[in-house]
Every structure is written in C-alpha cells, then in structure tokens.
Design a protein around this ligand. Structure first.
Ligand code: PLP
Length: 392
C-alpha cells in the first residue's frame, strides 16, 4: 500500500495546491527537485561539461532505471526531450513505402496523427484507424481483421490524452507479434501510472514522457526500441552523438538506441528523470496503479452523481484520468472556477484527439487526473467546487 502521508510530505507542491493535473505535468517529489537543482548548481560552480563528467553516474542512471521500469535492456533506451520527439525519432525513421499501411487507434494523439498525415502525403502510405469495440477501446477483433501484408506498422496510444480509457495494449501486441508487424506504443500517459513491461505488452518501440505520471522534470522523454529493430531504423535527424564521421563521405550509426538521441541534452533534467523513475519503482508500480485506479473510479462515481455532469471515460479498464462536461458551464469556466480555489485541472481540447472527438461528438472536456498522492478529501473538495461552478 502507498503511504500517502509520506508521499505528500515528500512532495512540496502538496502544501500549495490540490493538483489534479497529473496527466498534464505532475508535482515532482523533493528528491527530483533536489537532483535537478543540485546538478544545475554544479554546472554553475564548475562548468557544464565538467559537471557532466563529475556527475556521470547520476546522468547515466536514467538508462538502467528505465530498463527496470520497462523490463528491457539499458542499451535499448534513448533519452529525448519529450515523448513526441521520442515517438518521432522512431516513426519518421521507420522504413515505409508507397502502398504500406499503418494501423492506429481512433483516440490517437494529435501530434502522432499529424505525423501520419505528413508521411502519408510524402510517401503515399495509408493510415487506418481501427474501429473501437462496444466498450470504446480499440477492437482487438477489428484489428486482427485489418491485418494483411500491406500493414507494416501498428502505432497505438495506450492511454489517450482525453480520458480514462486504457487500450488493450498487450492483446494488440499479441496480434502484432503473431503477424510479425512492428508495434509502436505511445505510453506517454500510462508510464508511471500502471505497470509496463515491453515483453508482456509485445511492443517493439515505446515512447514516454518524464513530467506526467512519472513525476520527472519537464522537457524529458524516453524512447525504447527493441534491440533487433534498432539497426532497421535510421533516425530522421543525425548528429555526431548518433553517428561517427568515419570518412569524408561516410558515417557510422551507433549500434544502440542512443542513435535516437541528440548530442546536446539537458543533463539536470536527465538526472532528475533517473531519480523520478527510481522513486516510482521503489514505491512500487503495482501499488501506484492500485491507488490511482481506485481514486479514479471513486472520482468518476462522485461526479456521476451530480445532476448535469456527464463523465465521459470509456473502456473496460479505466485509469487516473477522469473527464467530464457539464450542462451548466463550459469546461474553461469550470477550470477557471477551480483554479480560484487552487485546484488544478485542465481542459481536453477537441483537436487533441480529433477522430475520437468527432466520432463521439464531444465538447471540450474538463480533465481531472489523479495521482497516488492525492487524498480522498481533495477529491471531495473538487466535487464540491464542481457542483458550484457547474450549477448542479
Ligand atoms: C497520449 C499522449 N501522447 C503524447 C503526448 C506528448 O507528450 P510530450 O508533450 O512529452 O511530447 C501526450 C501529451 O499530453 C499524450 O497525452
């Protein structure tokens, strides 16, 4: 079980706000804050390159920590500046040709879909969104029916940005494996919230961000690429960290996943991400998931009882992201009213998941995302304030 009191003591932000925007950017624990500030101070004191050398163990830690988190090898991990950039480095480098097909999800994230559209235009590939099943999640049967020799990539978001839905990622992985189709999983919202094991998920590539449920610093992300696939993906952007310049007209790419990285990195943030992952693993990802799941369901049940409030989350398993709209007030209005009470939520815009928004005819939604350090009393307070703001 999570020791909530201790988690809150170790999270300075808990004293100031009711933070229910963990799917946006969570409050970091003190240890992460200290690690980032400590590295910045070292840089200022002795010089940036020298700080990197002196703090080498801490800057390198993120690879082994991520390997533990995801059940992979440290050399299958690349450190990136965001989940989007991590995903891009895999996707844009992936060999695709005219006539190839990508299977994706209806609730796919805007940035991923924009990349699909661009590559579809440039290379003449086809992007197909697998229909949802009656629970509102990617239909596993529908996906299996769409698999044929044209499909060269399955790219799915595990937990979409606009709700509690958890797509059946492992079942999708089983199909991808059987059909031997590479599988890119956007685990941006699921990382740090629920257990992720790349073998159990059956994914070949996975992207995540540091600042959300992992509670790491902003401006951090990771890419996992299965070792047997690394050599098949030529990163769309290269530099002298990703490759060695060996002849005037030749370079040699790194053999490990760091070929997807940049030479210049935010080392303070990188140190902080390593600490954040260690913190989560030490607490126990299973325990975190149990509490986040429980708090999410509790909040849905409470909001569902309010007249004029519609909880919108779909799926067989639902996570810590809770979305709703209200007949009495718009999402922006509710967010602003809650902010006045120092309760942080955000608005899920329609354009972030356009296909899903259109298919379900969704308005803008209020997104309240719980973490294990939130208390039941904080959720009660949110519900009381929503009641007033939405005139329930
Ligand atoms: C599902 C999903 N994928 C990707 C991203 C992008 O993450 P980042 O901002 O780290 O690039 C987000 C951010 O909200 C997201 O919700």
């Amino acid at each position: 079980m999570i020791d909530v009191e201790r988690a809150r003591r170790e999270t300075p932000g808990c004293e100031h706000v009711i933070h229910l925007n963990n799917a946006g950017s969570a409050l970091p624990p003190r240890s992460v804050l200290n690690a980032v500030v400590g590295h910045l101070e070292l840089e200022a004191r002795i010089g940036g390159y020298e700080a990197h050398e002196q703090n080498d163990q801490a800057t390198e830690r993120v690879y082994a920590a991520a390997a533990e988190l995801l059940g992979c090898r440290a050399d299958e991990i690349a450190f990136c500046s965001s989940a989007t950039r991590a995903w891009d480095m895999a996707f844009y480098g992936f060999p695709l040709e005219r006539g190839d097909r990508i299977l994706t999800a209806v609730a796919e994230y805007a940035s991923n879909f924009i990349a699909f559209i661009q590559v579809a235009r440039q290379k003449g590939i086809e992007v197909v969104a697998v229909p949802n099943d009656e629970r509102g999640q990617v239909s596993v049967e529908g996906l299996a029916e769409l698999v044929d020799e044209r499909v060269k990539l399955i790219a799915i978001t595990h937990v979409p940005t606009n709700g509690g839905l958890v797509n059946p990622a492992a079942k999708i992985g089983a199909i991808a494996r059987e059909a031997e189709i590479p599988y890119l999983l956007d685990a941006c919202q699921s990382a740090g919230q629920m257990p992720l094991d790349v073998d159990a998920l059956g994914c070949d590539m996975l992207s995540l961000t540091g600042r959300k449920y992992l509670r790491g610093p902003r401006g951090t992300g990771l890419l996992y690429v299965r070792s047997n696939l690394i050599e098949r993906i030529e990163p769309p952007l290269l530099d002298m960290h990703a490759a060695d310049w060996i002849e005037p007209d030749r370079y040699r790419l790194r053999a490990d996943a760091r070929r997807f990285e940049e030479w210049e990195q935010n080392y303070a943030a990188k140190v902080g991400l390593g600490v954040a992952i260690d913190y989560a693993v030490e607490l126990g990802i299973d325990e975190i998931w149990e509490r986040v799941h429980e708090l999410g369901e509790r909040l849905r049940a409470q909001l569902g009882e309010l007249d004029g409030v519609n909880v919108r989350d779909l799926g067989e398993t639902r996570c810590g992201i809770v979305t709703f709209d209200a007949t009495g007030a718009g999402a922006g209005e509710i967010k602003a009213a809650l902010a006045r009470e120092r309760i942080n939520v955000t608005v899920a815009p329609q354009s972030a998941t356009l296909l899903d928004t259109r298919e379900r005819d969704l308005p803008e939604l209020v997104r309240a995302s719980v973490h294990y350090y939130n208390t039941e009393a904080e959720l009660d307070r949110l519900v009381d304030c929503v009641k007033i703001a939405a005139r329930c």
